[in-house]
Write a protein that binds this ligand. Structure first.
Ligand code: ATP
Length: 289
C-alpha cells in the first residue's frame, strides 16, 4: 500500500494537471431519496499514488436499481475508483458512503468482481471453492462449509452456465469461465450493490450475453451494479446511467443525457476512432427507434 507516501491533504499535491482545468463537477442531483436508499455516494474524492493524484475531486451518487457504466480511457482512474470505494486503496481526501454509511458498516451489501488480471489464477482452488468463498461472511471462516452452502454455490455456477466445471482448478478454466466463476461468487453474496471491474474483458460473445442476462436479472431484483466498461458501442444498450471519468468526472447521469459525442470528446480527447464508432452506434439506434 502507499499510505506512507500519500499526502495528508490535497493542498500537498501538485494540482497542475491539464485535467484540473476542466469544468467543475455537477452538483449532486436532488434525487429526493434518503441517504440510506442511495447505493453509492462519492463526495470530493481524491486519490494519489506516490503523492501523484490519479482521481481528483470526484463526486457523484448513483440511483438504486440501475446498471451504471464507468467509462473512460486507459489510466483514467476507473479501477482506482472501485478499489478506493472498497477501501483497498486509501483516500487522500473525500468521503464514500454505501447506502448512507461508510463501507465498513455496509460491506456485507457489496459484491465485487475483480479485474481478471488482478487474480492469482495459480491458487490451488476449484471453481466451486471460489464461489463458496463468497459465502464466508455468512458461514464464518472457522465453521465447516455445509452441504446447503455448496448447493447454493453450485446454483450460482449453474446460473452463469458453468456448473459442469465446478470441480475444475481455476488455473485450468478459460478466461470466460474464470470471469463467470467470479460473477457466480458475487451472486452468492446476494449483495445490493455490485462493483465490477471490466467483467466483459476478453470474453466471447456467448459469455458477454450471459453476463448481460445476469446484470438484467440483478436489476430486476432491485440490485445496483457499477461496471467498468470499455466498449463504447454497447454502452447505450447495457447501461441506464453512465459516469464519464478521466481523472475527474466529466459528466454523470442517465445514459441518454450524458453519453453524447461532445462528452465523449471531452473524456477521450483525440481518440476519434472510438468516438466515431460510438456516434455511429447512437445514430443507428436513434434511427431504429
Ligand atoms: N499501484 C499503483 N502504483 C502507482 N500508480 C498506479 C498504481 N495503480 C495504478 N496506477 C496509476 O494510476 C492511474 C490510474 O490507474 P487505473 O488502473 O485506476 O486506471 P483505469 O482507468 O482503470 O485504466 P485501464 O482502463 O487501463 O484499466 C494510471 O496512471 C496508473 O498507471
Amino acid at each position: 500500500m502507499h499510505n506512507n507516501s500519500l499526502p495528508t491533504t490535497r493542498a500537498d499535491m501538485n494540482p497542475k494537471s491539464p485535467m484540473n482545468t476542466s469544468e467543475s463537477q455537477n452538483p449532486l442531483p436532488q434525487s429526493g431519496l434518503s441517504p440510506t436508499e442511495i447505493p453509492l455516494s462519492v463526495y470530493d474524492l481524491t486519490v494519489a499514488y506516490h503523492r501523484k493524484p490519479v482521481i481528483w475531486d470526484v463526486s457523484f451518487d448513483i440511483p438504486p436499481g440501475k446498471l451504471v457504466g464507468i467509462v473512460g480511457p486507459n489510466g483514467a482512474g476507473k479501477s482506482t475508483l472501485i478499489k478506493t470505494i472498497m477501501e483497498l486503496i486509501p483516500k487522500a481526501s473525500g468521503r464514500v458512503n454505501i447506502f448512507g454509511k461508510p463501507y465498513q458498516k455496509n460491506r456485507h451489501r457489496v459484491g465485487y468482481v475483480p479485474q481478471r488480471e488482478s487474480v492469482d489464477w495459480d491458487f490451488p482452488v476449484d471453481a466451486l471453492d471460489v464461489v463458496t468463498m463468497g459465502l464466508y461472511r455468512e458461514i464464518g471462516w472457522c465453521l465447516p462449509v455445509r452441504k446447503k452452502h455448496r448447493e447454493r454455490a453450485l446454483d450460482a455456477l449453474e446460473r452463469v452456465g458453468i456448473a459442469d466445471y465446478a470441480r475444475r482448478q481455476i488455473s485450468q478454466l478459460s478466461g470466460g469461465q474464470q470471469q463467470r466463476t467470479f460473477l457466480a461468487r458475487a451472486l452468492v453474496q446476494d449483495a445490493d450493490l455490485y462493483l465490477m471491474d471490466e467483467p466483459f474483458a476478453a470474453v466471447d460473445a456467448a459469455t458477454e450475453k450471459a453476463i448481460v442476462k445476469i446484470l438484467q436479472e440483478m436489476k430486476q431484483a432491485g440490485k445496483t451494479a457499477l461496471v467498468i466498461h470499455h466498449d463504447l458501442q454497447t454502452v447505450p444498450e447495457y447501461f441506464d446511467y453512465v459516469i464519464l471519468l478521466n481523472m475527474r468526472v466529466i459528466d454523470h447521469g442517465p445514459t441518454a443525457d450524458v453519453f453524447t459525442p461532445e462528452n465523449l470528446q471531452k473524456t477521450y480527447g483525440g481518440r476519434l476512432t472510438l468516438l466515431e464508432e460510438a456516434t455511429e452506434t447512437m445514430r443507428r439506434r436513434e434511427q431504429s427507434l
